[in-house]
Design a protein around this ligand. Sequence first.
Ligand code: SF4
Length: 272
Amino acid sequence: MYKRDTIYYPQDEMNTVLLPVTLGCNYNRCAFCSMYKDDRYSEVPFFDIERELLNIYNYTERVFLTGADPMSIGFDNMERLLDIIHQHLPYCACVASYASIRSLSKYSVEELSILHKKGLRLLYIGFETGRDDILKLMKKGHTVDQAIQQANKLNQANLQFNSIIMYGIAGKGKSVDNAAATARMINRFTTNRIITMNLIIFEGTELKDMVDRGEFIPPKAGERLLELKTLLENLEPERPTIFDTTHPTNMVSVKGILPRDRNRLINRIVNL
Ligand code: SF4
C-alpha cells in the first residue's frame, strides 16, 4: 500500500514500523523544502490504515505515523487512529509522528493529554529558527510566539517532543544572532532532544530561486560552525536535554546531553 509515495521519517525511527496516515504535505510552502513538492496531499482512509495494521506483527512495540504532518487530521481522527492502533497492536507503547506548529494550534491541552494517554508518545517538530523575520522569509507558517505557545501546551499535556532546528537558515552574516534567538526560544520550553539540520539549497525550491537572484546568500562553513557553537553556549535547559547533530546534513556529528556535555560538544566543533 502507498509504496510508490514519498515517505520520510526521522533517522531514529529507522527500525520502527511505519504506518502511512497522510501523503504529501498539506502546507507545502516552506521556501527551503523540496520533500513533497510533486506529491498531492491526501489522507489515508481508515479502511486502508486498518488493512495495513492487519499486516503488522501484533507484538510491535513502536509505530511511526508517516506523512509530513499527521496531526493535521485533527483530534477526532487522531483519537480514532490511536484506538485502532491499540486494538490491532496491544503491545505498542509508543506512537511517534511529525507535527507542525500550525496543526498543534488546533488542539487543546486536554485533547493532547487524551492522545498522550492513548499512546501518542513522541512528536518531531520543525521549529527551524527563533527569528520571526527568518520564519517569514522561509514561509514557515508560524511565529516564534506561536511555537513557544504550542511547545508549552505539549509540556502541560506531558507529551514529549523533539525539536528540529536548522542552522544556516538565516543567511550570511546573521547566523550568530540566529543561534542566540533560537536558543532563547528553546529555553522557554522543555524538549526531549534538539536535533540540528544544516541548510541545504535544493533544486526546485523558492530558496534556490532566491539564491539565484542574489536575495539570499548562504553562510559559509565557518559561519555555520560558529552558529552551532553559539547555540550550544546559549542553551540553558531546565532538564537534561539531548543535543544531536547526527543527521546526515550536518557538518559535524556530535551527540550529548545538555548542560552536562556542553564543553565537550563545543570542543568537538571548534577543533574540527
Ligand atoms: S518543511 Fe514540512 S511543512 Fe514545510 S513544506 Fe516541507 S514537509 Fe511541508
